[in-house]
Design a protein around this ligand. Structure first.
Ligand code: GLN
Length: 212
């Protein structure tokens, strides 16, 4: 059984752990480099990305995260602010905002605008049979994707009406063993996205044990 960490600096740590456990993983709340070294994959929750990177610096886990993701090939899944943390490029960030990086995308912070801080949408997610009900909270969107990035979901319409600027926006991406969503899949009771990530973690583990 894979052990999946949840970065526990901010956000819905317990909710992520519950969804991962329902997907068949063991979990660990991760705050220290020694804890990070134990896990087979890491979830970076939502929250506020500038605060999260500052906390990650303070807890001396930002560089270990970068090394694990870039050098070590550690599978990672970022939601909302976590998506921003995994992006190579940020629009609307603050000067000097540090990230982990890894996914070759341009992500725009708070992209859906102030008036609609939060909204819900039913998404077609690549590989899923039925729509995924997604909750967006001051969410970013993906503005540009590099060649090796797979688009996993886009907004088709929004409940209670179609907001023109939201339609067609990329809200879930994957690059190798890195996954990111603009929305919060930990709060809707549907654990399919976490299941997808746990599958990615299992696949990465098999790969590395074959190499050994
Ligand atoms: N707007 C936040 C940021 O820029 C992200 C919001 C969230 O994670 N729910 O970090």
């Amino acid at each position: 059984t894979p052990l999946v960490g949840v970065l526990a600096l901010q956000g819905d740590v317990r909710e992520h752990q519950a969804m991962l456990e329902r997907s068949g993983a063991r979990t660990l709340a991760v705050r220290r480099p020694t804890e990070l070294a134990e896990v087979d994959g890491i979830v970076i929750p939502g929250g506020e990305s500038t605060t999260m990177s500052k906390l990650a610096r303070t807890f001396e886990i930002l560089d270990p995260l970068r090394e694990a993701v870039h050098g070590g090939g550690l599978p990672a899944f970022g939601t909302c602010a976590g998506m921003i943390m995994l992006a190579e490029h940020i629009e609307g960030g603050v000067t000097g905002q540090e990230t982990v990086g890894g996914i070759d995308v341009v992500v725009r912070r708070n992209a859906f605008g102030r008036q609609v801080d939060s909204f819900e949408a039913d998404l077609d997610v690549a590989g899923f049979d039925a729509k995924f009900h997604a909750m967006f909270i001051r969410a970013p969107w993906v503005e540009k994707v590099g060649q090796s990035v797979e688009v996993v979901a886009r907004v088709a319409g929004v409940r209670g009406g179609v907001r023109p600027e939201a339609v067609g926006r990329i809200v879930a991406v994957r690059q190798g063993s890195l996954l990111a969503t603009s929305f919060h899949p930990e709060i809707t009771g549907d654990h399919r996205i976490h299941g997808l990530f746990v599958d990615m973690v299992r696949a990465a583990r098999e790969q590395s044990s074959k190499r050994k």
